[in-house]
Design a protein around this ligand. Structure first.
Ligand code: TYD
Ligand code: MG
Length: 451
């Protein structure tokens, strides 16, 4: 029987409820609710009113701190131009995606110029050495340690005084005196919180590696998201060689910035020209394909959207979406049905963004809609065209931002035509592109051309 004031907290996602149940109402985990007794709020009376500091913004001094290059351009880009002293970063991703690889590779390269500490909490030191050999950084002066105890890591921080420290992974670290397993919310909060606090105080750059679940959330370590300066997420679609590092939060750089890598035998290699990479396997004049120009962080990327539309066999039609938002695609299907008269209701629809990357911005709507229409009609649209625009519920094609950058990328990759919303003003004088402006999805389908 719960006493007054008792709460239950999910050890997986941190959700609090006043009532116990066998399954967490938020994350669905079984048997994860634990009783927590609210801490007594002790009134703090140690501060005198005059002893509280505040000043005007003008008076705040700020030294422009230089960023430290990780030695990998794409990693630097996602960080906002390199690692900042005293900044704290959470690096999440599914097991095997390459988190340990990217941090070891970067630390190995940095260790020549900076003092770096790698806490290998999951692997033995010989294993780390073996990996370092594959990555060609085995001879570096990187300091490595297999300690997993919070106190030990704190001692090492004091003794080694590194510029950069990586804890791989934070779920393995535990603090003595907390009767909870490593990786539990309690341990994470305590250990992660303490490491972040110390790193900030010392001006050390700290990267906490955390495992994510299949659902894509950084499961336990999510509790640390609001404490860190940046949350980077390493993604890969079906474990193809392609890896995308995405900044989902960044206090010191653009959010949503992406870095693109390829996993090779000697570690992660940067993909310097991602648009080219994503379009490399495109069959130009095929039905069910449309190219869009999307902006991710500070750059434009060309991506091919694909759709296969076939008559449904029986029962509920199949709808499968890879690399795009499923709800967005459902909406586009409904709009195509109602506003453009395509009878998609009984069709099985498969949508895919080629190359294993995902698009999350509405600027890709128009291309997705065109790909579905082209797939439905089984006729290829103009192959040299890039389509950009958000599609509204009325079938109208709406404006999106940063059109010039998208157009430049299209031109750079040799496209001749851009289909775009009628209402967007662009300064494209210096571009040799044929612009097809459309107001509605109907117009877009009519103008998409092709044979
Ligand atoms: P890893 O970096 O250990 O992933 P994480 O720390 O996110 O769990 O492993 C990445 C995968 O990449 C692993 O399955 C082995 C593979 N790999 C390569 O293909 N080439 C390499 O050079 C290395 C080091 C790993
Ligand atoms: Mg690892």
């Amino acid at each position: 029987m719960a006493t007054k004031g008792t709460d239950y907290e999910c050890s997986e996602c941190g959700r609090r409820t006043p009532q116990w149940s066998g399954r967490c109402p938020d994350c669905g985990e079984w048997n994860s609710l634990e009783e927590v007794v609210p801490e007594e709020d002790e009134p703090r009376t140690t501060r005198e009113p005059d002893d509280v500091e505040a000043c005007t913004l003008q008076q705040v001094s700020w030294d422009r701190r230089p960023r430290m290059s990780t030695g990998t351009g794409e990693f630097d880009r996602v960080l906002g131009g390199g690692l900042l002293r005293g900044s704290t970063i959470l690096l999440g991703g599914e097991p095997g995606v390459g988190k340990s690889t990217i941090v070891l590779q970067s630390l190995g390269q940095m260790a020549g110029e900076r003092k770096c500490l790698y806490m290998a909490c999951e692997e033995s030191l010989p294993q780390v050495k073996l990996r370092a050999r594959r990555l060609d950084v085995e001879d570096s002066s990187l300091v490595v340690s297999g300690e997993t105890d919070l106190e030990a890591i704190c001692h090492l921080l004091e003794r080694e005084d590194p510029d950069v420290v990586v804890v791989d992974s934070v779920q393995m670290v535990s603090a003595e005196g907390i009767d909870s397993l490593p990786g539990s919310l309690k341990q994470l909060r305590t250990c992660g919180g303490e490491l972040i606090r110390r790193a900030k105080k010392r001006g050390t750059a700290l990267i906490l590696v955390g495992h994510a679940t299949k659902q894509g959330a950084i499961a336990g370590p999510r509790a640390l998201e609001h404490l860190v300066d940046a949350v980077l997420y390493f993604e890969s679609e079906n474990f193809q060689a392609l890896r995308v590092l995405r900044a989902v939060k960044n206090r010191f750089g653009p959010a949503n910035e992406v870095g693109v890598f390829e996993m090779a035998s000697g570690g992660l290699e940067e993909v310097l020209n991602p648009s080219e990479f994503f379009l490399s396997e495109r069959e130009a004049a095929s039905a069910g394909s449309a190219v869009t120009s999307t902006v991710e962080g500070s750059r434009a990327l060309l991506l091919e959207t694909q759709a296969l539309v076939v008559p449904g066999a029986y029962g509920t039609p199949e709808r499968r979406v890879t690399g795009a938002d499923r709800r967005r695609v459902s909406m586009l299907l409904a709009v195509l049905q109602r506003r453009a008269g395509l009878d998609l209701l009984d069709c099985d629809v498969f949508v895919n963004v080629a190359g294993g990357v995902s698009v999350q911005e509405p600027g890709a709507d128009l291309a997705l809609a065109l790909a579905i229409a082209s797939g439905f009609q089984d006729r290829p649209f103009a192959p040299e065209m890039v389509a950009v625009g958000e599609v509204g519920l009325g079938g109208e094609v709406r404006g999106v931002g940063r059109m010039e950058e998208r157009m430049k990328e299209a031109q750079r990759l040799g496209f001749e035509r851009v289909m775009m919303p009628a209402g967007v003003r662009v300064d494209g004088d210096d571009m040799d592109l044929d612009l097809t402006r459309v107001k509605t999805l109907d117009q877009a389908l009519a103008a998409a051309g092709g044979s």
